[in-house]
Design a protein around this ligand. Structure first.
Ligand code: FAD
Length: 375
């Protein structure tokens, strides 16, 4: 029988190298805490690599819910300091930059939603909103169509390459001393006052574990009998080659969007599919994106699809992230369930976990996001 290698103790082990886990590894390592980050075998093929990378603190209506609103604004602000910081530390440029957004409305309900976004935009530094009529919209980009006379321009939103961002966080953590493991955890066992984490071929002992495995975080039930009701919500994106100038704006209509990336391709999304852990791109997904996006950006239908991706968002029953310590077992921290906004929220979720681990007061009150709220 092959003898299992026993690794030395690590102060904190982070399981899951998506945006949330990698940001946590980076911020903790920066504070001089000894960190091991276990990436997972699906690394590079999950939501944190395939996400559109749109960063708007006004991303969804639910953002006016507290504390999600504060976490979104904090995440948005942290992204702006992280991009130059990680570039300096790692030399990796994940193309984070300002790209303003246009929100189109369709019905009275969406117009009311845009009015909410306009109000919110007045309270966020660096963001400003302006109403557009049909002529204004045409002058910004004649390819964008809207049957509704009123659209909203938000100046100050950002865009980044999600794969590059996650990779830069991992590299940043490595440079700050974190140990990075390419592999998957197969079990966690209680051991003395701490835990033993079992990987294929090795074991790690620790007193503190951060679970940031996206939709797979529900494995905690099997490992330690702790229920984390997070589930996968599949989303697809098309990467399209289009002739003509790039779009200068990210354009949203409801849950669909289109944006030009620095690669020159236009990204169009998305779908919301409750199909368990199946993450294959499908013909139906492709047709649905083309059909929805061409209703406000008709040129998409004559573009050439160069790539199609699918991945799984971690979602929770109440639509809010799960963030904090569980009372079920001392030393277990959970950070998941960011749904459609996990890239935006990853630095603020990481910051909160850092504060909890270092016994600092969380900068955003997170009681309502507690892992125990579902019991
Ligand atoms: C189509 C689409 C577009 C999106 N666009 C945006 C956007 O524009 N802006 C935005 O803010 N958000 C966006 N999102 C949401 C965002 O991508 C997710 O919320 C975010 O990536 C979730 O990050 P995570 O780190 O929680 O999980 P994940 O990215 O799922 O990472 C989890 C990690 O855990 C690892 N893992 C799993 N099991 C184990 C194990 N046993 N051991 C070790 N590791 C394990 C996996 O390999 C993976 O690396 C989008 C999502 C989709 C699907």
């Amino acid at each position: 029988m092959r003898k299992q290698k026993s690794d030395p103790m690590s102060d904190v082990v982070i399981i899951g190298g998506g945006a949330v886990g990698s940001a946590t590894a980076y911020l903790l390592s920066k504070k001089g805490i000894s960190v091991t980050l276990v990436l997972g075998t699906a690394f590079g093929k999950t939501a944190s690599s395939f996400a559109a990378g749109l960063l708007s603190p006004l991303f969804e209506t639910t953002h006016d819910q507290y504390p999600l609103k504060s976490l979104s604004i904090q995440g948005f602000n942290l992204h702006q300091t992280l991009a130059p910081e990680l570039l300096e530390i790692t030399g990796l440029d994940y193309q984070a930059r300002q790209q303003d957004s246009i929100y189109l409305s369709t019905t009275q309900k969406t117009t009311t939603r845009l009015e909410g976004l306009m109000t919110l935009s007045k309270h966020i530094e660096g963001i400003s909103g302006h109403w557009l009529d049909q002529n204004d919209l045409r002058s910004l980009d004649p390819r964008i169509k809207s049957a509704n006379p009123k659209s909203l321009l938000i100046n100050g939103t950002w865009l980044l390459d999600a794969y590059g961002y996650t990779n830069a966080l991992i590299e940043g953590a490595r440079k700050k001393g974190a140990r990075i493991i390419n592999g998957s955890v197969t079990n966690i066992k209680k051991s003395g006052s701490g835990f033993q984490i079992i990987l294929d071929g090795s074991r790690i002992n620790t007193e503190k574990i951060v679970l940031s495995m996206g939709p797979w975080t529900n494995m905690l039930r099997e490992w330690l009998n702790i229920s984390v009701p997070v589930s996968p919500l599949k989303g697809q994106i098309l990467r399209i080659e289009l002739s003509g100038p790039p779009l200068e704006y990210s354009v949203y209509k409801g849950s669909n969007y289109v944006a030009s990336k620095p690669s020159g391709l236009v990204w169009a999304g998305t779908t919301e599919e409750n199909v368990g852990f199946s993450d294959n791109p499908t013909t139906e997904g492709r047709k649905s994106i083309i059909s929805n996006v061409s209703s406000f950006f008709p040129s998409i239908s004559i573009g050439v699809v160069k790539d199609q991706t699918a991945c799984l968002r971690p979602v929770t029953p109440d639509g809010q992230p799960i963030l904090g310590k569980t009372t079920k077992s001392n030393g277990i921290y959970i950070a998941t369930g960011a749904g459609r906004r996990g890239i935006l929220l990853s630095p603020s979720m990481a910051e909160i976990i850092c504060q909890l681990i270092t016994n600092a007061q969380p900068s955003v009150p997170i009681d309502s996001l507690s892992p125990d709220r579902f019991n």
